[in-house]
Design a protein around this ligand. Structure first.
Ligand code: ADP
Ligand code: MG
Length: 238
């Protein structure tokens, strides 16, 4: 079981503590949504899972192994960002292939993998196009495909849909949930939008000011809020 475990994790920038003694288990294979207001520490939490940010104190375990000293590239995790972070001079194929070339995956294998994944995310007609000629939704799919070719045990996604218009965002929510069901891989998904959280997650981690307010299923968070913050944020009727 490749659970992700936070044991007493604190992260401070100078005198400011942005994640405060966090204890959390993200279950292997779950679609876990970390949700909360802007600035509450969601991205910092994700970046610590990925190893892009080092905790000030505490331990992180993935699959029972302490990863405190494990470099980001060795954590078997792929990250998808809000701003896509695509290479503008490369084609869609080039963007997706880049990490595989670096890993010295043989060409025939790369092509087969890219074909499979582009079929899944609907990018096959766009493989020879440059990012600037694509729509927001298509660019987001390229970012997703680039993460998928790595076949990671964990996907982490930081507000991946927030640059999309409402209609496309709704469609992509459904697609991401279907993708999770199909892959069976752990998804750790960050959003500030409680509707998005409740409609996508099978586990909800609600944060405020660097502290977990409640970590539960959407049903429990909605029907059994632990405190006033949770009830108000989720919109539980009083
Ligand atoms: P969220 O993703 O929930 O909006 P973040 O994790 O990005 O929140 O940020 C939490 C807090 O930490 C914010 O107050 C932010 O300004 C601060 N912060 C994040 N990264 C840094 C950094 N590299 N240096 C200093 N402060 C930071
Ligand atoms: Mg953020």
């Amino acid at each position: 079981m490749a659970d992700i475990v936070f044991e007493n994790i604190t992260k401070s920038f100078g005198d400011t503590t942005v994640v405060d003694e966090m204890n959390l288990t993200i279950k292997d294979g779950s679609f876990t949504v970390i949700v909360g207001p802007s600035g509450c520490g969601k991205s910092t939490t994700l970046r610590m899972i990925a190893g892009l940010e080092k905790q000030t104190s505490g331990n992180i375990f993935i699959g029972g192994r302490c990863v405190n000293e494990t470099a980001p590239g060795k954590r078997d995790i792929a990250m998808v960002f809000q701003n896509y972070a695509l290479y503008p001079t490369m084609t869609v194929r080039g963007n997706i292939e880049f990490g595989l070339v670096n890993k010295k995956v043989p060409k025939a294998e790369r092509q087969a993998l890219i074909q499979d994944i582009c079929d899944i995310v609907g990018l096959t007609p766009f493989l020879d196009k440059k990012p600037q000629s694509l729509s927001g939704g298509q660019r987001q799919r390229v970012a997703l495909a680039r993460a998928m070719v790595k076949k990671p045990s964990v996907f982490i996604l930081d507000e991946p849909l927030s640059n999309l218009d409402a209609k496309l965002r709704g469609q992509m929510r459904t697609e991401l949930v279907q993708l999770h069901q199909r892959l069976g891989t752990t998804f750790v998904y960050v959003t500030h939008d409680q509707v998005e959280a409740m409609s996508m997650g099978d586990e909800i981690v609600l944060m405020d000011k660097g502290v977990i307010q409640q970590a539960d299923t959407p049903m429990k968070v909605y029907h059994q809020p632990r405190n006033v913050f949770t009830a108000e944020f989720i919109g539980t009727p009083a």
